[in-house]
Write a protein that binds this ligand. Structure first.
Ligand SMILES: Nc1ncnc2c1ncn2[C@@H]1O[C@H](COP(=O)(O)OP(=O)(O)O)[C@@H](O)[C@H]1O
Ligand SMILES: [Mg+2]
Length: 269
């Protein structure tokens, strides 16, 4: 007799593909990648939503400069519906729009997971080609709930080149590749791969080591989707809600166009 549980994975009506952006580690650029990816998808004409599932450290309100926005909540015949905030054409939802992140930071795992599920289920996403979910660091309740309960199209793993970072990230890839609840790993994005000074565009400084993303991809037999350089502008501009300015850089724009091409091959709409 088998005691393994079968998981019935929920499909969100109208949403064609859900993509998780994850990493074992914080500060590697998950939120930056998730937000830039969502913006690039919309610029290419895909209807896109972005859910910030980082209950403990939501960054979407800052990235899109919507800290003061409050989503409209409608109660209808005992059913709660939440209108997403729309910026740059992206349907956005974040726990950071409802509660003080300091309060959320003390939520225990199960409460955090149920908060995340409410946001997914109650938001009026409408018709979406892609719903991107930005996740907290680690491999906790939020990640496991997402995998057990929703029909996820694939996961993109973000890492920096250091061994330590890739070591943590290996745990995350192992979770996502798990046979029972795992989902396709669409590939690895190595962020902060090198630094190129503006005045010396031919030079590359590998400040955080070299080759971590590539060796990680090889080890798990997945694709290295992109290497994104460390860029002073990304840091400044994302802090001020100016993602469009980031995508004015031809290098970044092309990098994300390439990532979308690969996503689109795996998860067509
Ligand atoms: N390629 C990059 N170049 C410069 N700064 C970056 C880059 N990627 C991310 N950052 C900055 O690093 C910090 C952490 O990024 P973030 O996306 O919040 O990471 P995570 O979501 O993994 O915790 C932010 O201040 C962000 O603006
Ligand atoms: Mg983040």
């Amino acid at each position: 007799m088998s005691c393994e549980k079968e998981f019935v994975k929920k499909v969100i009506p109208g949403v064609k593909n859900i993509i998780i952006v994850a990493s074992g580690k914080g500060g590697v650029g998950k939120s930056t990648v998730a937000a830039t990816l969502a913006t690039s998808l919309v610029m290419q004409g895909y209807s896109t939503g972005l859910l910030d599932a980082d209950i403990y450290g939501p960054s979407l309100p800052v990235l899109f400069d919507i800290q003061e926005s409050r989503p409209i909540v409608i109660e209808e015949a005992g059913v709660t519906k939440i209108e997403p905030i729309i910026r740059l054409g992206i349907k956005l939802m974040s726990i950071g729009l409802f509660i003080d992140p300091v309060k959320a930071a003390i939520w225990r795992g199960p409460l955090a997971a149920s908060g995340m599920k409410q946001m997914i289920d109650q938001t009026e996403w409408g018709e979406l080609d892609y719903l991107i979910i930005d996740t907290p660091p680690g491999t906790g309740d939020i990640h496991i709930s997402l995998l057990q309960e929703y029909n996820i199209g694939g996961v993109i793993i973000v890492t920096t080149p250091q061994t330590l970072s890739t070591g943590d990230v290996q745990k995350a890839i192992s979770l996502y590749s798990e046979t029972k609840i795992g989902v396709p790993v669409l590939g690895v994005i190595e962020n902060m791969s090198w630094f190129t000074p503006e005045k010396h565009p031919e030079e590359k400084y590998f400040l955080f080591g070299k080759g971590g993303g590539e060796s990680l991809a090889k080890r798990f037999n997945v694709e290295l989707l992109a290497q994104i350089p460390l860029n002073e502008k990304i840091c400044e501009e994302c802090d001020y809600g100016k993602l469009l300015a980031v995508l004015e850089s031809k290098g970044i724009k092309d990098t994300f166009a390439n990532i979308i091409k690969k996503i689109n091959q795996e998860l067509p709409v």
